[in-house]
Design a protein around this ligand. Sequence first.
Ligand code: SF4
Length: 164
Amino acid sequence: MGVESAFGDSWITTTIDSVLNWGREHSLMPMPFGTACCAIEFMGLVSSEYDISRFGAEIVRFSPRQSDLLMVMGTISYKQAPILKRVYDQMAEPKWVLSMGVCASSGGFYDNYCTVQGIDDLIPVDIYVGGCPPRPEGLIEAILKLQEQRIARQSVLTQPEDAA
Ligand code: SF4
């Protein structure tokens, strides 16, 4: 059955933002930036038990140029800070950042001279997931919230220039 016969004389209207955001929401390409134990929990998230492909975030990429969701998992030292910033800068717009666990989000219990006390000192963070480590259910909820609260509300008119 073609579109014409299915809808008769009816028309469907939408906006460019709705169509683009719908596509972006459900085709996330996460890049894991794992430095410590939280990265182990990420393996559970992408495995068949929790299966983030159900939520449109299946295709894990290890190149910043092919990713739009940077997932930072673990302690970030000041020595690693320029590397994280470089990886973030290499990602094309639009892009989002998820901070997984207390170490990435605030330094956690590594309150010392060599640990960054939260990656938002280095790069903008869209969503934080608490826990040590966060459970996969918490990460799934964070991805859903990111889709609903951030990606679905974007506008092509307000995105950075290289987002087009
Ligand atoms: S939050 Fe806990 S599990 Fe995650 S990297 Fe820090 S110590 Fe490891």
